[in-house]
Write a protein that binds this ligand. Structure first.
Ligand code: HEM
Ligand code: HEM
Length: 129
C-alpha cells in the first residue's frame, strides 16, 4: 500500500479515537458548546470519515481502471494540506472568523486536490475504448 494512502488511514483512525473521546466528554460533562460540537462533528466527518475514504480511495479506486495515481506528488501534498487545514479549522472556528475562514478555504483546496486526482486517475486508458 502506498505510504501516503496508509498515512491517511492512520490519521483517520487517530481522529476517530480523539473525536469519540471528545463526544464522551461532552456526554459526561454536558459540554454542548458550539465550538466543541463543531470540533467533534468535523474531526469525525473531515477527519475520520473523509481521511479513511481518501486512504482507501487512493489505494483502490485507480486500480478499478488499471491506472496508477495520476499525480502522486499532489496526493502527498493533499495529506499535509488536509491535516493542517482541519486542525486549524477546528481549533479556530468560533474564535477568529478570519483565520477559520482561511483554514476552511485551505480545506476546500484539499478536497479539490482529491477530486482532481481521482478524476484524472480513473479516466479510461486509450486501450479501454
Ligand atoms: C463515542 C462516540 C460518540 C459520542 C459519545 C458522541 C457524542 C456526541 C455529542 C454529546 C454530541 C452533541 C449533541 C448536542 O449537544 O447537540 C454529538 C454531536 C455530533 N456528533 Fe457525535 N458522538 C460520537 C460519535 C460520532 C461519530 C462516529 C460521528 C460521525 C461519524 C458523530 C457525528 C456527530 C455530529 C455530526 C454531531 C453534530 C450533530 C448536531 O449538530 O446536532 N459522532 N456527538
Ligand atoms: C471545507 C469543509 C467544511 C467547512 C469549512 C464546514 C463548516 C461548517 C460550519 C461553519 C458549520 C456551522 C457550525 C455552527 O454554526 O454551529 C458546519 C456545520 C456542519 N457541518 Fe460542516 N464544514 C465542512 C465540511 C463538512 C463535511 C464534509 C460534512 C459531512 C460529511 C459536514 C457536516 C456538517 C454538519 C453535520 C454540521 C452541523 C453540526 C455542527 O454544527 O457541527 N461539514 N460546517
Amino acid at each position: 500500500m502506498d505510504p501516503t494512502a496508509k498515512n491517511f488511514v492512520f490519521a483517520g483512525l487517530i481522529y476517530f479515537f480523539i473525536s469519540a473521546c471528545l463526544g464522551l466528554l461532552m456526554v459526561f460533562y454536558d459540554m454542548d458548546q458550539p465550538q466543541l460540537i463543531f470540533a467533534h462533528s468535523h474531526l469525525n466527518l473531515l477527519g475520520w470519515v473523509s481521511m479513511m475514504i481518501y486512504g482507501v480511495g487512493y489505494h483502490i479506486l485507480p486500480r478499478f481502471s488499471g491506472n496508477p495515481i495520476a499525480y502522486p506528488k499532489l496526493m502527498q501534498m493533499h495529506f499535509w494540506v488536509a491535516n493542517i487545514s482541519l486542525l486549524g479549522l477546528v481549533s479556530l472556528w468560533g474564535y477568529s472568523a478570519l483565520l477559520a475562514g482561511l483554514f476552511a478555504a485551505l480545506q476546500v483546496c484539499a478536497i479539490g486536490m482529491f477530486v482532481l486526482n481521482m478524476f484524472m486517475s480513473m479516466r479510461p486508458t486509450p486501450t479501454e475504448g
